[in-house]
Each structure stands twice: as C-alpha cells, then as structure tokens.
Design a protein around this ligand. Sequence first.
Ligand SMILES: [Ca+2]
Length: 253
Amino acid sequence: MKVAVEINYPPKTTQMISLMMKTYVLPLTLAGIFFAAAPVSWADDVLIASWNFNDEEERLAVSHGAGTMTLEMDEGFDWFGGTTENAVGDDPAGAAFSPQGGTDLANNGKGVTFALSMSGFTALNVSYATQGTGTGFTTQDWSWKVDEGDDFVSVGDPIEPPGSFATVAPTGLSEVAELTNADAAWIRVVFDGATGASGNNRLDNIQFNATPIPEPSTYAAVLGIVGLAVAVWRKRRGAGMRGHAKSAVPPLL
Ligand SMILES: [Ca+2]
C-alpha cells in the first residue's frame, strides 16, 4: 500500500522567503561589505613628517613632509650612528639623534618638541627606532598640546629604550580627539632616568603618520555609486523575475 508524503511548508511561503532574501539581503550585504572595507582602502595612513638626522649640515631639518624639531637641551647631545630600522623608503642609516645625561645630569627632564599640522588628519601615530646605554635615559615620555600656551598632556606609558635599535610606538596619541584636524600640534618627548653624564639614548627615523579625514563629497560620491549599483542590480533582477510574483515584494529603494 502506497502512502503519499506531503511537504510541510506551503510552496507559496517558501517562494516568498526566497524572493525576500534575493531582493533585500544580497544588495544590503554587498553595501555592508563595501562600507566595512572602504575605510581600509581610503584611509591608509599618510606620512606627515619624519626625521632621519642624516643631513650633516642641518641635523634637525625635517627629512620628509613638513614640521619643525626643537631641542630643549643646549649641550649634552651628539649624532651617533643611525639605523635603517623604521626608515622611510630607502633612507640610509646615517646618524641618530643621541641625547646624553649631560653635565650634572642636567638633561634629565628635558626633551624635544615637534611642531606639525594635523589639518585634514586624525589618529596620529608616532613610531621611531631607539636604543639606550646602561646609564642613559630609562624613559621617553610622550605628550601633546594644540595651543602653544597650554601645558603638555602626557599620554600612554613612557617608552623604555631597549639595548639595541628597535622600533617603538608610543600609545595614546591616536586617541586624542583634540589632535584631529588641529591646524597646529606640538608633540614632545621628554627624557629622564639617566645616571651617567655620557649615558645616552639614540633616536632615529622618527615618523608621524596620520589618517586622512575623508571630505564630505567623498562620502556623497560613494553613496551615489552604491545607490546606482543597487538600482542597476534590482532592475536586472526585476527583468529576470517578470511574471514571477514580482509585485509580492514592496520596493525597498
Ligand atoms: Ca638616520
């Protein structure tokens, strides 16, 4: 004796779900993937300024980009051998900025200030190669301000220089909202903890990178492209679905 097996789901419901999925889910997923991926491709970090200390005539001159570097110490620094660690492009090792404890350890608590513009940028990232000798500074403390008359504000944990050149990146500056789009920004590193007059740190290939802020017109252009792509896709789907209950699903866009 034969028993007929019936499908539990009414074919009409299954068809409706399938149509809904095809009509809404794919375009929204594609748009979501586009927006999730977009910041990576648009917003790669840009080098604002860097120093490699290789110019014997003008050691403090910016090597790439725009900015100035000012020393707070009058003496007790030198230009020892540098490194290609964290170098920009093919920059050779050349020399490194080499502050020392100085006479009577006068350079403990002194530092260096970089002035640059964050106009059109956000999420400042600093990186550089550094090393220290046994009686050199034990900490390099980074801070910022956007008003020349203000006090510097320290961020993150101080960098503790390793015994041989390695790239370090102080944390915290990238989250400072005040730096975003600031016409002028001052970034300072203060050295401390030296126990010998000739004890030193070396710093080389100091890079300031930041993320460009997209113009509103860029967002508008991308929205337009996504909208157009979805419209074309829906039109093509619509042509393919004619006569297949197309009117059962209300238009989304
Ligand atoms: Ca160098």
